[in-house]
Design a protein around this ligand. Structure first.
Ligand SMILES: NC(=O)c1ccc[n+]([C@@H]2O[C@H](COP(=O)([O-])OP(=O)(O)OC[C@H]3O[C@@H](n4cnc5c(N)ncnc54)[C@H](OP(=O)(O)O)[C@@H]3O)[C@@H](O)[C@H]2O)c1
Length: 235
């Protein structure tokens, strides 16, 4: 299978790229800034391609997808994982920060689904998995732009599932849970404490475990339009 994982230089995306790589799949490793991290991930995968693009830029995404098609001729799995967050109360959130989060976390996946979707339609098969967030379902103080972008991503997931199921393309979202990646570690202590307090098993999520679930989901048939919560916080 040819797998394209956005934001796979670090964190959850890295774990997903390595999980697919360990299964012997062909993996397109994508990043924005951290080229040496992306190279390190790709070096551990037998058949890989390294791609740089800002997910906010439709034309760059289009060129990136063409490179994957030129190399392997198809895309079987698209994981929309790249994302950013920045904490601030709603009334203190700047227009720039709001636009950055919505453009990265929501428009980015739109850019990829619109571009990769055409190839999957021709193939009459494909899996698209969008990495959303608990915050997108429940809302979270201090994360209005992030929560809004992830809520939008869930709406995008369900609509894409409805439009693409006739082409045998499955589109789902996962809520990975709080992970101690760069994103999770850089958040303030209150956010970590809150996640643990809400967790019934008092644990953070592990990127490797989330990646295993995503690999499993990408091999299923007949599951689409769903949102999977992968921790013990109750929705
Ligand atoms: N960590 C958590 O607790 C948590 C919880 C719920 C949901 N999530 C979601 O899980 C996903 C992965 O998060 P993470 O914790 O692994 O984050 P991370 O460690 O901060 O990694 C973010 C990744 O996204 C890439 N990226 C960011 N902005 C980009 C852009 N404009 N264009 C292209 N790539 C871009 C980064 O590329 P560079 O390395 O090149 O900068 C990096 O590979 C995100 O969608 C996040 O919202 C995370």
């Amino acid at each position: 299978m040819v797998c394209l994982i956005t934001g796979s230089s670090r964190g959850l995306g890295r774990a997903i790229a390595l999980a697919f790589g360990n299964r012997g799949e062909q993996v397109a490793v994508h990043y924005k800034n951290k080229s040496s991290e992306a190279e390190e991930v790709a070096s551990q995968i037998k058949d890989s391609l390294i791609l740089k693009a800002d997910v906010r830029d439709f034309n760059r995404v289009k060129t990136l997808v063409e490179r994957v098609i030129n190399k392997w001729g198809r895309i079987d799995v698209l994981i929309n994982n790249a994302g950013i967050t920045k904490e601030a109360l709603l009334i203190k959130t700047t227009e720039k920060d709001f636009d950055d989060m919505v453009n990265t976390n929501l428009k980015g996946p739109f850019n990829f689904i619109r571009t990769v979707g055409r190839h999957m339609m021709k193939q009459k098969s494909g899996h698209i998995i969008n990495v959303a967030s608990f915050a997108g379902v429940k809302g979270k103080e201090g994360l209005s732009a992030y929560s809004a972008s992830k809520a939008g991503l869930i709406g995008l997931t369900k609509t894409a599932a409805k439009e693409l199921s006739r082409y045998n393309i499955m589109v789902n979202a996962v809520l990975p849970g709080y992970m101690l990646t760069d994103m999770g570690t850089e958040a303030n202590e209150r956010a970590k404490e809150r996640a643990l307090r809400e967790s019934l098993v008092k644990k953070f999520s592990e990127p490797d475990k989330v990646a295993e679930f995503i690999c499993y989901l990408s091999e299923t048939t007949g599951i689409t339009g769903q949102v999977f919560n992968l921790d013990s916080r109750i929705l």
